[in-house]
Design a protein around this ligand. Structure first.
Ligand code: MG
Length: 390
C-alpha cells in the first residue's frame, strides 16, 4: 500500500526535491494534498502532474487570482490558515511534509500532529520557535516527527536503536558556506550575489544566506536539541567543506557513527518519506573507485559570530532562540536590500538578544506575538550605511 503524502511548500526548493522522490517511487508514494504561499501557476502544474485532489494557496490574493483565472479545475482549492489546517488533517493523509518558509508552518504542523499524522519536517522555524509545543504534541499523540533536513536526518539514522545514555556527542556538519576561508575584513565587503552562491547545496535564498553567516547551523543546533532531546553541551558543529558527511554521533565508548551521502536533498527526503523502508535512490551515491578524502574541523566562532550567538541563545532557552531567529530574518533582509553590510548581521542579532528580556511563553499565540515584537525591535537597529563595493 502506498503512503499518502501532503506537501506544504510544494513550489520551494525542498518541495522540488520531494517531487523528484515522488516521481521515483510512484508505487510507494502518493500525493494527496499540496500547498504553496503564492505561486499558483507552478502549483497548478504540480497538481495536474500528480493529480492532487486538495490544494491550498495560503495567500488570499493568489487564491482569488487562481480562482478567477480558472486554475485547479479538478481540485478543491482552499486558502489561509484554515486551508492549511484542513490539509494538515486530511483524513486520507499518512504523512505531512512541512517545508513552508517562515513561521506559517507552526500551526499546520501542530494540527497534523494533533490529528495523529506523521510529520516530516524541513521548516526550521517550527522547532526553533515552538520546539517545546511541537515535541509535546508528537509525544501526546504518539506520532512521529521525522527530520527531513540533511543533518538531522543523518543524525536520526546514526542514533536509531541507541539509548540516549550511550550517546556522548551529537555533531552536525556544516559546509562553511561561500566565505569559509574569508577573513572578517574580507567579509565586510561581500555582496548579496556572492552570499547567494553556495559551493555545494542548491537551496532557497534564505537558507543559502544563512549558510554564508553560519546562522543556519545555529538554527539547526536548536532544532537538534528539540528533535533528539540533546542538551546544548552535547551538541557540536564540525566543518566538512565537501558536504559529504552530514552528521556524526559519538558514543560513550569512543565509537563514532557518521552518515555520508552526496549533497542532494533527495537522499534525506527519501529516507524520511519511505521510513522505515529503503529503496533505490533518485541519484547515484558516492563512487569510491577514485578515492575520497574527508576533511573535518571545528568552526571559527570569531569569524562566524552568528553561530556563537545561536549557541548562546540555545543555552539561554526561553524566547532567546525566537529572538535570534527574528533578528536574523530582519538582518538578512536588510543585507539583501543592501542596507547593511554582511558583517552587521550578527550585530543586529546581538543587539536584539541584549535588549529584549528573556521569558518562557505559555502558548503558541504568546510566542508568535513575541516573534512580531522581536521583528519590530530588530528593524529599529537597521541604520542604512553606505556599503563598500567589492
Ligand atoms: Mg541543513
Amino acid at each position: 500500500m502506498s503512503k499518502r503524502i501532503v506537501l506544504f511548500g510544494a513550489t520551494g526548493s525542498i518541495g522540488e526535491s520531494t517531487l523528484k522522490v515522488l516521481r521515483k517511487h510512484p508505487d510507494r508514494l502518493e500525493l494527496v494534498g499540496v500547498a504553496s504561499n503564492t505561486r499558483y501557476t507552478e502549483l497548478s502544474a504540480i497538481a495536474e502532474e500528480f493529480k492532487v485532489p486538495q490544494v491550498c494557496l495560503f495567500d488570499e490574493h493568489a487564491y482569488t487570482q487562481a480562482k478567477t483565472e480558472g486554475y485547479f479545475p479538478q481540485a478543491t482549492l482552499s486558502q489561509g490558515f484554515e486551508g492549511l489546517e484542513a490539509l494538515a488533517t486530511l483524513p486520507e493523509a499518512d504523512l505531512v511534509v512541512m517545508a513552508m518558509d517562515g513561521t506559517n508552518g507552526i500551526r499546520p504542523t501542530l494540527a497534523a500532529l494533533n490529528a495523529g499524522k506523521e510529520v516530516a519536517l524541513a521548516s526550521k522555524e517550527v522547532l526553533v520557535l515552538a520546539g517545546e509545543f511541537v515535541m509535546e504534541a508528537a509525544r501526546k499523540n504518539n506520532t512521529k516527527l521525522l527530520p527531513l533536513d540533511s543533518e538531522h536526518n543523518a543524525i536520526f539514522q546514526c542514533l536509531e536503536g541507541h539509548p540516549t545514555q550511550q550517546v556522548d556527542k551529537v555533531i552536525l556538519t556544516a559546509s562553511g558556506g561561500p566565505f569559509r576561508d574569508y577573513t572578517w575584513e574580507q567579509m565586510h565587503s561581500v555582496t548579496p550575489q556572492q552570499a547567494l552562491k553556495h559551493p555545494n547545496w542548491d537551496m532557497g535564498p534564505k537558507n543559502t544566506l544563512d549558510s554564508a553567516t553560519m546562522a543556519n547551523k545555529g538554527l539547526e543546533l536548536i532544532e537538534a536539541h528539540w528533535l533528539f532531546g540533546t542538551p546544548a553541551n552535547k551538541l557540536e558543529v564540525l566543518v566538512n567543506p565537501t558536504s559529504a558527511v552530514h552528521g556524526l554521533v559519538t558514543f560513550v565508548d569512543g565509537s563514532i557513527l557518521a552518515h555520508l551521502s552526496p549533497a542532494s536533498m533527495t537522499f534525506p527526503i527519501q529516507n524520511s518519506l519511505l521510513y522505515p523502508d529503503r529503496a533505490a535512490s533518485v541519484y547515484p551515491t558516492f563512487d569510491f573507485s577514485q578515492g575520497m578524502s574527508i576533511e573535518l574541523y571545528p568552526p571559527d566562532l570569531t569569524r562566524f559570530p552568528c553561530l556563537k550567538l545561536a549557541m548562546e541563545a540555545l543555552e539561554a532557552g526561553g524566547i532567546a532562540p525566537t529572538l535570534f531567529n527574528a533578528a536574523n530574518e530582519v538582518a538578512v533582509k536588510a543585507f539583501v536590500d543592501t542596507n547593511i553590510a554582511f558583517t552587521d548581521i550578527p550585530k543586529i542579532i546581538e543587539k536584539t538578544l541584549d535588549t529584549m528580556p528573556n521569558s518562557d511563553p505559555s502558548s503558541i499565540e504568546a510566542l508568535l506575538e513575541i516573534n512580531q515584537e522581536a521583528l519590530a525591535l530588530a528593524s529599529t537597529f537597521i541604520t542604512p550605511t553606505p556599503i563598500p563595493t567589492a
